[in-house]
Design a protein around this ligand. Structure first.
Ligand SMILES: [Zn+2]
Length: 161
């Protein structure tokens, strides 16, 4: 039958994906690192002579563990009132902050987070997050609600459950 369903692969944290040839069942590992946010389909030439195209869907949530010193404050608070935190995890979609003190924070609060994304950055950046979950005295998970001019790719409209 020619009405073969095109395979779709989701790419997030990994830099390679395993693509299976539906004709012979052979699995090959394909590096997609260089394709990130650029191409959304690739053609596979399987040794069994089958040629097929697969769709790639890049999740824009490349979550990375980190251990960055930062600070955060409520939108209405002056900078001097910022609290220290550790950015334990960051992605293009948001941040996970760890802190030692309990604060009156609730879901949907907006916070300004200041941190240096990597050691080669000349200065701290400030991002605004909306609190998605808060474990008192422990950590805050938040999603960026500002737009990052440095973001290279347009986020896909991916419905993530
Ligand atoms: Zn094959």
């Amino acid at each position: 039958m020619d009405t073969e369903k095109k395979q779709k692969y989701f790419v997030s944290r990994k830099n390679s994906i395993d693509i299976k040839c539906l004709a012979c069942g052979k699995v090959r590992t394909v590096s997609v690192e260089s394709l990130k946010n650029k191409r959304h389909s690739i053609t596979i030439n399987c040794p069994c002579t089958k040629t097929f195209e697969v769709d790639l869907e890049f999740r824009h949530d490349y979550r990375q563990k980190s251990n960055l010193i930062g600070s955060f404050r409520a939108l209405s608070s002056p900078k001097e009132r910022a609290r220290h935190c550790v950015i334990a995890d960051h992605s293009s979609g948001g941040l996970l902050l760890q802190m030692a003190e309990e604060l009156p924070i609730k879901q949907d609060d907006r916070l300004i987070v200041s941190y240096r994304p990597d050691s080669s950055s000349p200065r701290d950046i400030e991002r605004i997050i909306s609190v998605r979950h808060y474990a008192p005295g422990y950590r805050i998970g938040g999603a960026f609600i500002d737009t990052n001019p440095q973001r290279e790719a347009r986020p896909l409209n991916t419905a993530t459950a």
